[in-house]
Write a protein that binds this ligand. Sequence first.
Ligand SMILES: Cc1cc2nc3c(=O)[nH]c(=O)nc-3n(C[C@H](O)[C@H](O)[C@H](O)COP(=O)(O)O)c2cc1C
Length: 441
Amino acid sequence: MSETLILTKRWPKKDPSLVGYRADGGYAGLEKSLGMEPVAIVEQVKASNLRGRGGAGFPTGLKWTFLPKDVRPRYLCINADESEPGTFKDRYICEYDPHMLLEGIAITCFALDIHLAYIYIRGEFAKQARALEKAIEEAVAAGIFGGPKLLGKADFPLEVHVVRGAGAYICGEESALMESVEGKKGYPRFKPPFPAIIGLWGKPTIINNVETLANVPWIVEHGAAAFAALGAGKTGGTRLFGVSGNVKRPGVYEKPAGYNLKKLIMEDCGGTASGRPVKAVIPGGSSSPVLRGDEIDISLEPDAIKSAGTMSGSGGVIVMDESVCMVRALARIAMFYAEESCGQCTPCRQGTPWMWKILEKIERGEGTMKDLALIEQLPGNIMGQTICALGDAAAMPVQSFVKKFRQEFVEHIEGRGCKHGETAWGVSRQAREALVGGNRH
Ligand SMILES: Cc1cc2nc3c(=O)[nH]c(=O)nc-3n(C[C@H](O)[C@H](O)[C@H](O)COP(=O)(O)O)c2cc1C
């Protein structure tokens, strides 16, 4: 497999400046795209098999074609919320190579006749927001965009703004994101209509992840076929995998989209830091169904990994060795979703803290087999019953952990407690009890 690097090749330089980016050939893709018909750029992106890197893996070019032909203005939102636990890659693009993202945005806007773009960035990413703002200032001062022309050539006014969130996971969901950009509370909207039809301020809006759009300059410069060839199946290009947990060398790895999960963990990351066997792996952010250690010899390509009953989602690979208590790990994940539910839909508002409390009870050694039956049934009453997919995101880990590691849950119940003791996965018992005890919803 090719070791071509698209997204990380400039990271070691830690030089986010326009001068540095241009010295490395930056903005050549935009230059080239100005000589192309906008529709030809969309065709290139379609043919490249670029798929969304935000989680769902939707084909990017296809999404772009959903824009109604005759409605203006149209908007572009770039999703830099990156709140899915285990995911940590978009922040590095923003920090180390913001012009690569800006170039992708400029090409996308030119291709789709969009003149206003918002980069929606997670509130905690102050450093990254400043890096983006600085890069925008540099690009505007250099006449790349922001004036009446693109690169001083094509008549095409384009404004790009950074909008900072306030640290709510739900605002990464595209319709909640739009509500937040509009200055409202981040409540997801019903879909359909999808944002491409009715989005920001009721106008057609394309929403794409940071990593997704950062690929666009390379595709225009090197061609759709070259990009498609780097990947596998119906997914072109490379992907950023953020590997964390019990591995020797955690970090962000750029690998072909069809890379093998076991190879990533055992070879690139050096296996577990403890030397103990891999017990479990969450392959695509905390919402993706967990795999047992003996199930990881699989491709990370979104369609291929589906046959293993999971997804590569946002590329956040979380590795757990034999020391990890699966009940504790799941309770910690359940706590996150309970905390982040926006409260709009009853199954999610009520179901997520309920699942969390039952899991805490089992972990404390106070659970019964009735609790286990309940935790097996509850996720099914949340899945597909909510306006947005946060409900599914909360339900999927619960279903899969209990299914794959059921015996460990039974042992907690029969043994009246956890044999693992406090693990790195736990918040302190005191903090946990304060949270479980409080009425937060
Ligand atoms: C609860 C929830 C949280 C999400 N958080 C993010 C996020 O932080 N970043 C992101 O790019 N997509 C996130 N998504 C997916 C977005 O809704 C959307 O599908 C994505 O930004 C589209 O971009 P893409 O097609 O380029 O992947 C989230 C979805 C849900 C349901």
